[in-house]
Design a protein around this ligand. Structure first.
Ligand SMILES: Cc1ncc(COP(=O)(O)O)c(C=O)c1O
Ligand SMILES: N[C@@H](CCCC[NH3+])C(=O)O
Length: 425
């Protein structure tokens, strides 16, 4: 299901006036739909409405302040992984008591900032981190609420780079080690065990790895209750997949049903940390075609090679280069006729890995055409960089009849702002 439907040159969820936006801010530009973001959060949240739950939107998926504010206003909390994300979440008005802090490499400074801010809890990923958290808590004289992130060694059946719940991944602690860590923390005045956490991976398209992980978490939760711990939260992380091409991920309601079944005899608040499923299909990247190049076939070959060269590169959207990810691409205009071409859609960066699509069947494309790259709302702008000294794209949020430039395009001056040229060199 794609939430922007292509129709007569406009991408609709609410009418997204792509051409008008491009006239104002140029290309490449990320365009997000407020209506779609709201709907995604509501559908997800409603699926859990009959049990105690907290949705902590995973800020890393798309951390634009306007989007955080929009989701926060609908009741979302935040899953953060850095001091920078804490700063953003608070700035966008997300209440600290709805923030959970994950990540294997939290620094003591970041812990101090989060503890002072009064976040709900830390998802602790190693014994060393638990000791550091204790030190911080003692220093500022405030017990640290925490969960241990368990690594349940469950195969999420996703791309290896975004699998996080296998023993070979750096995340979390095995159940037995976690159990011992809870025991050690039990009577510590500066450590306050509040729950158990896990996150097994991203872009999961099957339910069974989630239920398997939840079963393991539940067992540990019950063991800890039996030991006298007063836990309240079970955090299953994020990870629900979306449609990019021909994937068939379960809809949120089905996913929620399976989790609720698994939890039926347990009294706790379920925390979920969805990112991609909220933001992924609420955004597109719009890029302009600069050139179209056709290389003739080599001797013995039937076909030549076509390249559609666009003004967005791997620095703008790295997912195709990094994960060989598929993103649907369509021209922002009416498509007439049956004629097609097969081409690589490539960017201006000096790397052969700089592509948005390989061997893609497209309607005929001309220089000047606008192309919409779909499903770019999550892990799009946030993973962009200034490689090749390219200013990062603008971000625009469409809300009903209006649109807002929620992040300006960077300028060359922005690129050098933090640099100094020492006299001596
Ligand atoms: C700890 C944690 N929570 C939540 C998420 C969000 O995942 P997704 O965007 O797949 O929902 C991630 C990213 O995979 C993560 O590392
Ligand atoms: N960046 C990844 C998802 C990473 C999830 C973070 N734990 C992607 O684009 O698919």
């Amino acid at each position: 299901m794609h939430y922007f439907e292509y129709h007569h040159g406009e991408l609709l969820a609410e009418k997204v006036p792509v051409k008008k936006i491009v006239e104002e801010v140029g290309t490449p530009v990320y365009i997000y739909s407020a209506a779609t973001l709201r709907r995604h959060l509501q559908v997800f949240s409603e699926a859990f409405s009959d049990i105690p739950h907290l949705i902590c939107y995973s800020v890393k998926a798309n951390s634009n302040l306007a989007i955080l504010k929009l989701l926060g206003k609908l009741g979302a909390g935040a899953d953060i992984v850095s001091g920078g994300e804490l700063y953003r979440a608070l700035k966008a008005g997300i209440p600290p008591e709805k923030i959970v802090f994950s990540g294997v490499g939290k620094t003591e400074r970041e812990m101090e900032e989060a503890l002072s801010a009064g976040i709900l809890m830390f998802n602790v990923e190693s014994l060393g981190e638990l000791e550091a958290l204790r030190r911080v808590a003692q220093k500022i004289g405030k017990p640290a609420p925490f969960s241990i992130r368990v690594n349940p060694n469950v195969d999420p059946k996703t791309h290896p780079y975004i699998s996080t719940g296998l023993k070979k991944n750096k995340f979390g602690l095995p159940e037995e080690v976690a159990f011992e860590a809870y025991r050690k923390a039990k009577d510590d005045p500066f450590l306050h065990p509040l729950g158990i956490d896990c996150h097994i991976g991203s872009q999961l398209t099957e339910i069974s790895p989630f239920t398997e992980a939840l079963r393991r978490l539940k067992e540990l939760y019950q063991r800890l209750l039996a030991e006298g711990f007063e836990l309240r939260y079970l955090d299953l992380g994020g990870g629900l997949g979306i449609v990019y091409g021909n994937e068939e991920p379960p809809p949120p309601a089905e996913y929620a049903e399976a989790l609720k079944q698994e939890l039926r005899d347990l009294s706790c608040t379920l925390i979920l940390e969805p990112g991609r499923v909220i933001a992924g299909n609420a955004g597109i990247l719009v890029t302009r075609v600069l050139y179209v190049k056709s290389n003739p076939p080599s001797p013995g070959e039937k076909e030549g090679k076509n390249f559609v060269i666009v003004d967005a590169g791997m620095n703008d959207l790295i997912r195709p280069a990094f994960y060989q990810a598929y993103h649907r691409i369509l021209p922002v205009r009416e498509i007439s006729g049956e004629e097609t071409i097969v081409a690589d859609v490539v960017g201006p960066i000096c790397e052969s890995g700089d592509f948005l699509a390989k061997e893609r069947t497209l309607p005929p494309i001309s220089p000047g055409d606008l192309l919409a790259v779909f499903s770019a709302g999550a892990y799009g702008f946030v993973m962009s960089s200034n490689y090749n000294s390219r200013p990062r794209a603008a971000e625009v949020l469409v809300d009903g009849e209006r649109f807002f430039v929620v992040r300006k395009r960077e300028t060359y001056e922005d690129l050098v702002r933090l640099e100094t040229i020492p006299e001596e060199v």
